[in-house]
Ligand binder design. Structure first.
Ligand SMILES: CC(C)C[C@H](N)C(=O)O
Length: 549
């Protein structure tokens, strides 16, 4: 059974059906084919180092199937399918074939697996969100599992993503996934690149395009420039860039197509931020998610070690020591919030003073160092084909760069961006708006162990700080608050995660907000991701509006 084979694919997809009978039939077919395939290879003693290597070409298909079964046995939200997959893997193993096991410890390198929701133990609402996600894409990915800390948000996120990728829209399906690949590759996010390479091939995309942007149609090649600017310096976008895409004679984009592309690009840039910010691990069934080797070998991935992520235990121990040093951190922060609240009512700074505070914060944010100097291991996956040597990442260091100020009074999401998107790509403006609001307003009124706290001020500071890094200014916000509420290590994390997400390390994740819950750090990631997406969108939409008028 070839995994790309159409019938086979349909059968895997049927495992996501809500109807238990269809799932049962699909599972029956899969079981028979797996067993047939195993028998055709013949019983292989488990002592042979790579048991399937001797059996030639067909083994890689079998390996893929086994990896997929392993993924299903852990991640399928339907109990019956999970149980059958475990049973099937056991049977295959009994025949003397080595089955894969998962590498790593769950969906995130930063968050212990036991703290993340288990598909088998969720409340009914989350269960149904997981089932929908599974039915739509035939998987429940690690991103969704980690977002599962915030089911309300997850629902809105998945609804939007489903609409952008699978529902009626200006762009064809393979274009959508290809644009996702281009965007994720800008940040060397092999996790997202791998996911969408699979999807791209599944919807009939041409594998030649995967050799790099040169292999893709000119129309997509032309999007490369927009992709780069949006990802790294969106304030440089002008109407000339838009005109270039819309007026290219043969390979031109329609306005509606361009909006679709822009939304996809910004969605995947910011999702790459989330992926690195939460240390999302490779999916079980893709490269790096499982291994056929026995335990003890390949404990660490070389790249983890190089990134300072290989010393889990050591860091944990060190972490415990630090807890005593930082106790009180939350209380100090809460005290500051209280004071700011009180002062707010007293003094009003002048307009000039407010503008100066913004400029100061913006300039300072440029100077916050990311992990630029740390060695970064070049990734060896498909994303390297998309790199453009003329646009090295070093060039994108924002240190000391002048970013012009963008006044929300002149162009805002609510008054301008939203309606432009809705006009050209119906419903998407609405979906994005709901998602932004969801992220912006989400609160449980908690701060670490404290309950009944109004965290508005803190969440506002985070959102506005990200927009400030992009030069976006709200006239009525006092940027002096940011310095009171966000400390240095938090700013380093934010800057890295937003500007060069691939450089986020476990150490950075651990060194900010040490007393907060993991769910709160994921919450922070949602704010960062959505604020970044909105900032990029604002620049792109403003350029489009300027072109149109
Ligand atoms: C990001 C956190 C400060 C959010 C906080 N736990 C809340 O419920 O509002």
């Amino acid at each position: 059974m070839d995994i790309q084979d159409h019938n086979a694919t349909a059968r895997w997809e049927a495992l996501g059906s809500r109807d238990a009978r269809s799932r049962g039939t699909a599972m029956e077919h899969i079981s028979q084919e797996v067993m047939r395939r195993v028998e055709s290879i013949g019983p292989i003693p488990a002592t042979v180092p790579s048991p399937l290597a001797t059996a030639g070409h067909s083994t890689s298909d079998l390996n893929d199937i086994l990896a997929r079964l392993l993924m299903m046995s852990k991640r399928c939200p339907f109990d019956d399918v999970r149980e059958r997959c475990v049973w099937l893997l056991q049977n295959v193993q009994d025949l003397g074939v080595r089955i894969p096991r998962t590498l790593g410890n769950g969906p995130s390198r930063f968050i212990p697996e036991k703290e993340i929701l288990q598909v088998s133990k969720v409340d009914p609402r989350t269960q149904s969100i997981f089932e929908d996600a599974f039915a739509a894409l035939g998987r429940l990915d690690n991103i969704s599992l980690v977002m599962g800390f915030h089911p309300q948000y997850l629902e809105s996120f998945l609804r939007t993503q489903h609409y952008l990728l699978q529902m009626d829209g200006p762009l064809s399906l393979h274009y959508r996934h290809y644009i996702g690949i281009m965007a994720a590759a800008r940040h060397q996010c092999s996790y997202l690149v791998n996911l969408h390479v699979n999807d791209f091939l599944q919807v009939g995309g041409d594998s030649k395009w995967l050799n790099g942007l040169d292999g893709a149609p000119q129309k997509l090649q032309a999007l490369g420039e927009l992709n780069k600017i949006l990802a790294h310096r969106p304030w440089l976008l002008t109407k000339a860039h838009i005109e270039h895409l819309l007026k290219a004679e043969e390979h031109s984009w329609s306005l509606a197509e361009l909006i679709h592309a822009v939304v996809l690009l910004t969605h995947y840039h910011s999702l790459a931020s989330f992926t690195f910010g939460c240390g999302i691990t490779p999916e079980i069934h893709s490269n790096g998610g499982h291994t056929f080797r026995p335990p003890s070998l390949s404990q660490y991935c070389v790249c983890d070690i190089a990134n300072g992520n290989g010393h889990g235990h050591l860091e944990e121990r060190r972490g415990n020591h630090q807890v005593s040093e930082v106790s009180g951190e939350v209380e100090v922060l809460m005290e500051r919030m209280k004071q700011l609240q009180e002062c707010r009512d007293e003094e009003e700074a002048s307009q000039e003073e407010m503008a100066t505070r913004f400029e100061r914060e913006k300039t300072e944010s440029m100077l916050v160092a990311t992990a630029e100097d740390e060695e970064c291991v070049p990734s060896r996956d498909v994303s390297r084909h998309f790199e453009d040597p003329s646009y090295g990442y070093k060039d994108f260091s924002r240190r000391g760069e002048h970013v012009p100020t963008f006044r929300v009074q002149d162009y805002s999401w609510e008054d301008h961006g939203y309606s432009l998107v809705n006009r050209l790509y119906p419903d998407v403006g609405q979906l994005l708006d709901e998602k932004f609001q969801m992220a912006y307003n989400l609160t449980y009124n908690t701060m670490a162990m404290h309950k009944d706290v109004d965290t508005t001020m803190l969440r506002r500071a985070i959102w506005n700080y990200i927009h400030c890094m992009f030069g976006i200014r709200y006239d009525d916000y006092d940027y002096g608050e940011i310095n009171q509420l966000l400390d240095r290590s938090f700013k380093v994390y934010i800057k890295t995660m937003v500007c060069s997400p691939e450089k986020t390390t476990k150490r950075m994740y651990e060194s900010f907000w040490r007393q907060f819950q993991h769910s709160e750090k994921v919450h922070v990631n949602l704010l960062l991701m959505e604020a970044r997406m909105q900032a990029e969108l604002l620049y792109a939409l403003r350029a489009i509006t300027r072109y149109m008028t």
